[in-house]
Ligand binder design. Structure first.
Ligand code: ADQ
Length: 483
């Protein structure tokens, strides 16, 4: 049982919601990392004692647990070798490709799995230490899939939920994982499993049927009692994540952001059409596909500078993983090629920014852009699409959105595209840029209503409601039943 401070709500995610920063005078402090998850968890923790278990971001010995803005942060130690094997290796070079349609081949290394198990065990022990009797434990994402079962073994009294921020792969792809049954059993330690789309939840349920001695009915999976472990019924369903609409809308309405949006347009030479892409530099995001479509439109003479320009913001990401190094080279070569061929002095065809920006700057960029290009080959949700419409209280702008994002399942008034179909993507880009102001307003109004009505607070409430309502008794039936 727990010894030190304990909490009624425990969040566990690979990273803590803070970054260590060193000021110019050399003093170190923690800064809240921006982002929807932190906001959502803040709202969930309001009025109750909450702890967050995660990695502080530096390899080696973990800092002592501390209080930060009313939240108890409990760092988990991860060594340099574990960063390479558990995080860069198994999480980002094995699971990430399998869970994203194998856009690049997945790499399987047994020592990576061993490190993944070890780090998941350490997370489970940290959670067991800080969870109060009967606490709610909310585990996040693909890095921690073994944690639900490991926590259950240590603390059968707590209620455990897990949310997957990325897609869950189809049965045939998941089946490639040599550790597939272990991952499924790990997840089934939870009381409730949340996914971005119903299709993701169904993929999970089908894999349970295929690889475990489990029966399924509707959105539940039942594991019979075995090896002294009682049987359990677990629900798996969709709770699509969202953003903090109200605070971003308020920011985007501020005079400073509006002025900055104008300034951005002016410094780009006030083009007739400004295309924008904003992504982590990840091969799932379809950055190369949208650059190719844009390049072809320039080559054909359908588009030309200075009438159009394209700003691509690509946040540095996973820079030590080979596939990401290769992608960076490819994107930067393509941008260089497009600019070499189609820019003129004073009118650049592509502005490529490999940097992170504050929220205010992102909001201004969204407001400045005529056409937002969100073209992932596969994406759990894609919050950028939701942020773009939130920043368009002027009802201007147009959203081009890939049908392979979770966001597409909610944002039906976007200009839908299949990024693999370059010809189709080109046509969609042209349709989006030439839609009438009235048509754009109509679409944008509907998109904004959807995001405003389904914001991150609604998401968190729905998740917790499902977790609380999860079946809490071991099922009586143990026979096999397929649906
Ligand atoms: P990501 O793959 O990181 O998230 P996404 O949902 O688009 O993708 O979120 C990226 C966030 O980073 C957005 O809030 C965006 O504004 C911000 N961002 C991007 N570039 C930036 C820059 N240069 N400077 C500052 N901020 C920047 C994973 C899954 C997604 C899922 C989310 C949430 O892959 O599918 O939507 O988790 O569940």
């Amino acid at each position: 049982m727990a010894k030190g401070r304990t909490f009624d709500l425990v969040i566990a995610a690979n990273r803590l919601p803070v970054d260590r920063v060193v000021d110019s005078d050399g003093t170190e402090r923690w800064r809240r990392s921006p982002g929807g998850l932190v906001t959502a968890m803040d709202s969930v923790m309001r009025g109750r004692e909450g702890a967050w278990v995660g990695w502080a971001g530096d390899p080696g010995e973990a800092p002592t647990p501390f209080d930060e803005g009313g939240m108890w942060l409990h760092p988990v130690e991860i060594s340099q070798e574990e960063v390479e094997q558990y995080y860069e290796g198994f999480s980002n070079d094995t699971l990430w490709p399998i869970y994203h349609d194998v856009i690049v081949p997945a790499r399987f290394h047994r020592p990576w799995w061993v490190a993944y198990e070890r780090v998941n065990q350490r997370f489970a022990e940290a959670i067991a230490e800080v969870a109060a009797e009967g606490a709610l434990v909310w585990v996040h994402d693909y890095q921690l899939q073994l944690v639900p079962q490991l926590v259950r073994e240590l603390r059968p009294d707590v209620r455990i939920g897990w949310f997957n921020h990325i897609p869950f792969p189809p049965v045939e792809l998941f089946a490639q994982l040599p550790w597939r049954s272990r991952l499924l059993t790990g997840l089934l330690g939870a009381d409730y499993l949340g996914f971005q789309r119903t299709a993701d939840a169904q993929n999970f349920i089908r894999s349970c049927r295929r690889h475990l001695d489990a029966t399924t009915k509707g959105d539940t999976v039942t594991l019979p009692a075995a090896d002294g472990r009682p049987g359990r019924t677990v629900r798996a369903s969709a709770v699509p994540i969202s953003i903090d609409f109200r605070s971003l809308d308020e920011l985007a309405r501020s005079p400073a952001v509006k002025a900055r949006a104008q300034e951005i347009r002016a410094s780009l030479g006030n083009p007739e059409t400004l295309f924008l892409g904003v992504d982590r530099l990840d091969y799932t995001k379809g950055i190369r596909h949208r650059l190719k479509a844009y390049e072809e439109l320039l080559a054909e003479g359908t588009l030309s500078t200075p009438d159009v320009t394209f700003v691509q913001v690509a946040t540095p990401s996973r820079e030590r993983v080979d596939a990401y190094k290769r992608l960076r080279t490819e994107v930067e070569t393509t941008v260089g090629h497009i600019n070499g061929s189609y820019s003129t002095i004073g009118a650049q065809a592509v502005h490529y920014l490999h940097q992170s920006y504050p929220r205010e700057e992102m909001a201004a960029l969204f407001q400045a852009a005529d056409v937002m290009l969100v073209t992932p080959l596969r994406d759990g949700m894609n919050l950028v699409a939701k942020e773009y419409v939130t920043c368009r209280n002027d009802l201007g702008g147009a959203l081009v959105l890939s049908e392979f994002t979770g966001a597409w399942h909610e944002l039906h008034q976007a200009f839908v595209c299949n990024p693999h179909d370059i010809e189709g993507l080109k046509q969609t880009m042209l349709r989006a840029m030439s839609a009438s102001p009235k048509e754009k307003q109509r679409l944008m109004r509907a998109l904004r209503r959807r995001v405003s009505d389904h914001d991150v607070l609604v998401w968190a409430d729905r998740f917790l409601e499902n977790l609380r309502a999860a079946p809490d008794r071991p099922p009586r039936r143990t026979g096999k039943e397929r649906s």
